[in-house]
Structure formats: structure tokens, C-alpha cells
Design a binder for this molecule. Structure first.
Ligand code: FE2
Ligand code: FE2
Length: 315
């Protein structure tokens, strides 16, 4: 489905979001990215798609979490929120140098909007951490608590992000490095992990009369992510056209195998077949690489790297 008719989510207010048909929410980013919107169009969408992280009432969510949620669902929720507390916060760190190194004016303007979005997402996650999960209200201490709740692969990916930030901060106008950073952040952290994670939460809460604030917030974040992922694909598509495919593929080869193992070592019990983060992540990775002009043989190669431990000295 590529027609704009599915874009109910585009015009929904925060209050309407929990009632949207779940399929619309789940496919929204695919519909938007398939249109290949340019930075100016993304800016214009952003102006129309504002929401307020402070306006979400979390009282019912706190009661649901404390009194009504089954134990396994509580664990899954805790792990997801912890992952997003770290992910949104480190996203802000990465976007500073990405904004500084933006190759043209319209990219720069768009990236200002994304920094505002990630700030809002971080704010909502801090509220969920404090008001729903009962974590420490001080962000510094909450980030440490959340870090300890994340899976080992998620921590590994965050460390890779920190290394890449250092690289780009040394030479912010190096276009190849800028593309590597966008490949890591926009394509892997957002396009594979955040989108898949947000969808998993929206889908699991579908038809569940609980956690209305979490549902509204993650739906709004899914909508924002459709713009973020679209920007990344635009930038990388241009990079591939300009001869930087090797830089982009090199970063994806490092980061995608970690992202596809993100659930390893976590508490969440096995998901039904076809719906694990790994399977959904592979699907998202393949789709996005096609959209920037990288063929399936490379995707298969990257997926193959995660299928069995590589023999020592193999890489
Ligand atoms: Fe975000
Ligand atoms: Fe994002």
C-alpha cells in the first residue's frame, strides 16, 4: 500500500492516537519513506505534527503497571522503556555533530527539527521512567539505572555510537564520516531498532485496555520516526549516488549485526515466530537498503554475519 490514504496518523492529535487502526500506525513509516520526501517536505510535515510530551497523563499507566499488568508484560515494558531512555538520550548526543556537519542548508534546517523531536522523546522517556516504572527522578541516576537494564548488545551499540561521535567531532565537515554517522544513527538505530521497537510496543498494546499514555506516546514517536528515517534515507541515497557506498556499507556491516542481536541476554520471553526483533529488524534493514540503492546481496551478507559466531580471525 503506497497511497496516502493510509495516512490517518499524519493528522491525528495525541488524544486520537490510541484509537487509530493499528495497521495504519505499523505501516505508516513504510508509506512515508516510500514517497522519498526531501528535507523541506519533512520540515513542513514537522510543523504540522507537533505534540506535547508533558500533556500525556500517565496516572492510569502507573496503576496498570503496578496492579494490572502480568509479570512477563511488566518485564517487557521495563526493558523497552529502559532501552528508549538510553536510545533517545544518546540520539541527542549524536545529532549535535550530525547537524554541524550537514552538507547543505536544507539538511541543516531539517536536522534542527529532529533535535527538537529527540529532546521531546527523551523528556517523555524520563517521565515514563519516573512516573510509571518508579525509577530515580534525577536523570543522571535514572540513566545509570536504565543502562543496567539494557541488554549487552544494546550497550555495545551505544559504545559504537560514542566512538562514531568522537570521529565526527574531530572532523565535522568530512562528508564520508558524516554519512557513516547517518548510516549508524538514522538507518540502524532509528530505522531498524527504534522503529521496530516502537511498533512492537504499539502492536502489543493493541486491543489491551491498559497503558493509554504509553500507547499515545509511542504512536506519536512512530510518526516522528517516519520523518527521521526518511531523512536518513534521503541523505544516504544521495551519498550512494555520489560514490560513498563503501563508507555507508562499512558502517552497516559493523552496526547491523549488533542491532539484530539486540534482544540477546534480555528478560523478555520468546516472541511468536516471525515477530522477533531480529526478524522484523532484517525486514526493515532490507527495505531501507533497497531504498538507498544497496542490493539484497549485501543485506544477505550482513544478515549472514549474525547467523553463527564467526571463526577467530575471520573478520
Ligand atoms: Fe527519538
Ligand atoms: Fe528519531
Amino acid at each position: 500500500m503506497t497511497r496516502w490514504s493510509t495516512l490517518l496518523l499524519d493528522d491525528a492529535s495525541l488524544a486520537q492516537m490510541p484509537d487509530l487502526p493499528v495497521d495504519h500506525v505499523l505501516h505508516h513509516a513504510d508509506v512515508v519513506t516510500a514517497q522519498q520526501p526531501k528535507p523541506q517536505a519533512l520540515y513542513e510535515r514537522w510543523e504540522k505534527q507537533q505534540w506535547n510530551a508533558q500533556a500525556i497523563d500517565l496516572e492510569q499507566d502507573r496503576l496498570d503497571y503496578e496492579k494490572r499488568l502480568p509479570k512477563s508484560a511488566r518485564k517487557a515494558l521495563e526493558e523497552s522503556i529502559a532501552t528508549f531512555i538510553i536510545g533517545e538520550y544518546t540520539g541527542l548526543d549524536l545529532l549535535g555533530p550530525i547537524l554541524t556537519g550537514a552538507p547543505d542548508e536544507l539538511d541543516h534546517l531539517y536536522l534542527g527539527t529532529q533535535i527538537a523531536d529527540e529532546t521531546r522523546h527523551t523528556q517523555l522517556m524520563l517521565r515514563l521512567g519516573e512516573e510509571v516504572l518508579g525509577l530515580d527522578a534525577d536523570p543522571k541516576r535514572m540513566l545509570v539505572q536504565a543502562w543496567n537494564m539494557c541488554t549487552p548488545p544494546h550497550r555495545e551499540l551505544s559504545r559504537l555510537e560514542t566512538e562514531v561521535i568522537r570521529e565526527i567531532q574531530e572532523r565535522p565537515s568530512d562528508y564520508g564520516r558524516w554519512l557513516r554517522t547517518v548510516a549508524l544513527f538514522h538507518l540502524i538505530s532509528e530505522g531498524v531498532l527504534a522503529l521496530v521497537g516502537q511498533r512492537a510496543i504499539v502492536q502489543s498494546l493493541h486491543n489491551v485496555p491498559m497503558l493509554p499514555g504509553v500507547k499515545a506516546g509511542f504512536t506519536a514517536m512512530c510518526r516522528d520516526e517516519s520523518r527521521h528515517v526518511s531523512f536518513g534515507l534521503h541523505a544516504l541515497r544521495q551519498g550512494v549516488r555520489e560514490g560513498y557506498a563503501d563508507d555507508i556499507c562499512d558502517m552497516i556491516e559493523q552496526a547491523a549485526p549488533i542491532a539484530l542481536r539486540i534482544e540477546e541476554g534480555g528478560n523478555v520471553e520468546d516472541a511468536p515466530e516471525g515477530t522477533t526483533m531480529r526478524e522484523l529488524g532484517i525486514e526493515s534493514l532490507r527495505r531501507q537498503l533497497r531504498l538507498i540503492g544497496i542490493d539484497d546481496a549485501f543485506t544477505d551478507h550482513v544478515v549472514g554475519l549474525t547467523e553463527r559466531p564467526a571463526p577467530a580471525g575471520d573478520r
